[in-house]
Design a protein around this ligand. Structure first.
Ligand code: HEC
Length: 379
């Protein structure tokens, strides 16, 4: 995976440059900060471990300064005070990928668009002064969290982003043109690269009683409009397997949710003594049903609020160039979906709409094109 490849490159570069001035043991310690490497085969053979390895890698402090999105700072350990996580240096779906005028977003490292704010691990409370506000909004159409004092965001890594750019999927018109080209046999189905990763996160505002209690010190926090928020829930999605690897984490203060699944690995030692020890794996998923055809559920109390009896993969399998809510959108979000609404008729020979490879953010966030698209986007 690109993010992991860059981890080892950075680790190596760090050791090479600093090893000459530090005793060997210190250099080895620096390298250790980036030693976690998620293994793709774990997605089906050790899914809980895979989820935790992804959690450690994505929440590792990001490199600051000469900004390269998605690179970890291997000189810092997980949970270093005041650090911002790697996934927060990725591009924000709402404002940095799917632009309001449907135009092509700039190259990966560009920083000209509003990126929302970033959170940080706890430090001296008084020193949180330079965190810019988060402009991301979550489920803005139906305001799932707006009423509950929460904010949310979806971010994507470089592979996902470049696939969307290369295939002109950043606007509603671009998506529809691509779908027409697939139906006409001119383009392959949408199939994201195997190193694609996306994250969706929800932050809840701390209540008046939680501040004196010191709750913010047990959360990864962000400031927005002068209010302090804690990272409450965290979805991870990777293309490690064809139907993707789905994982969800939440803070241990979150209410019980009977639709979660067992963690048979447990929090790894690396989180001990850091703010990340307060987070729990809610479960993982790689299929619609189990071995006897029983639907597998997985949800988060907050992100899937009011529809916890659902399954990540079932709902996401319905993402297509149809507008959200329109068929192939189904009446249930558990189990195997009915494929027929994808086709022109029950013989299921000719596609009517094209799946977006489980990614909801494309049909959900892509906006109409105001200007003229680049020539390469007309097929
Ligand atoms: C009932 C439907 C539904 C269910 C169930 C659901 N999601 Fe989503 N998800 C969405 C929609 C709609 C979006 C796009 C909206 C947005 O970006 O906020 C989305 C966005 C995401 C994203 C951002 C990437 C993208 O483009 O899709 C991730 C990651 C994600 N969901 C993970 C999960 C995980 C993990 C679960 C299960 C624990 C889950 N989702 C359950 C509907 C659902």
């Amino acid at each position: 995976m690109r993010v992991f490849r860059s981890i080892s490159v950075t680790a190596f570069a760090t050791v090479v440059t600093i090893a000459s001035v530090l005793p060997l043991t210190d250099a080895a310690a620096l390298e250790d900060n980036c030693k976690i490497t998620p293994e793709r085969t774990d997605a089906f053979s050790a899914p809980s471990r895979h989820a935790w390895n992804l959690f450690l890698t994505l929440n590792h402090p990001a490199r600051e300064g000469a900004f390269v999105r998605g690179e970890p700072d291997c000189t810092k350990p997980l949970g270093a005070p005041g650090a911002t996580a790697v996934w927060e240096s990725w591009r924000l779906a709402a404002t940095e990928v799917f632009l309001a005028d449907g135009s092509e977003p700039p190259e990966w490292n560009d920083r000209s668009l509003p990126s929302g704010g970033t959170g940080s691990t706890p430090t001296n409370r008084d020193s949180i002064h330079d965190i810019r506000s988060i402009s991301a909004s979550f489920h803005e159409e139906d305001g799932v969290f707006v009423d509950r004092g929460g904010i949310g965001e979806s971010r994507m890594n470089r592979s996902t982003y470049e696939f969307i750019k290369d295939n002109c999927l950043w606007s509603r018109d671009g998506l529809d043109r691509y779908a027409a080209a697939v139906i006409a046999g001119k383009k392959p189905h949408i199939d994201l690269p195997t190193d694609s990763i996306e994250v969706k996160a929800v932050w809840l505002e701390f209540g008046a009683d939680s501040l004196p209690r010191g709750d913010p010190d047990r959360y990864y926090t962000a400031e927005h409009d002068g209010k302090l928020y804690g990272l409450t829930s965290f979805h991870i999605l990777t293309k490690d397997v064809p139907k993707w690897f789905w994982a969800t984490f939440h803070h241990k203060d979150a209410p019980e949710n009977q639709y979660e699944r067992e963690d048979d690995y447990g929090p790894p030692p690396a989180v001990k003594g850091t703010v990340w020890e307060n987070y729990i794996l809610g479960g993982t998923q790689i299929d619609f049903v189990n071995a006897v055809g029983h639907p597998i559920t997985l949800s988060d109390h907050y992100i899937e609020f009011d529809f916890q009896n659902s399954s990540c993969i079932t709902c996401h399998s319905q993402a297509s160039n149809s507008p959200p809510g329109v068929p192939p959108r189904q009446t249930t979000d558990v189990g195997t979906p009915d494929p027929r609404p994808y086709f022109t008729d029950d013989t299921m020979t000719t596609f009517r709409v094209i799946p977006t490879d489980f990614l909801w953010s494309i049909p959900f966030r892509a906006r109409a094109e105001v200007g003229t698209p680049p020539d390469r986007c007309i097929w």
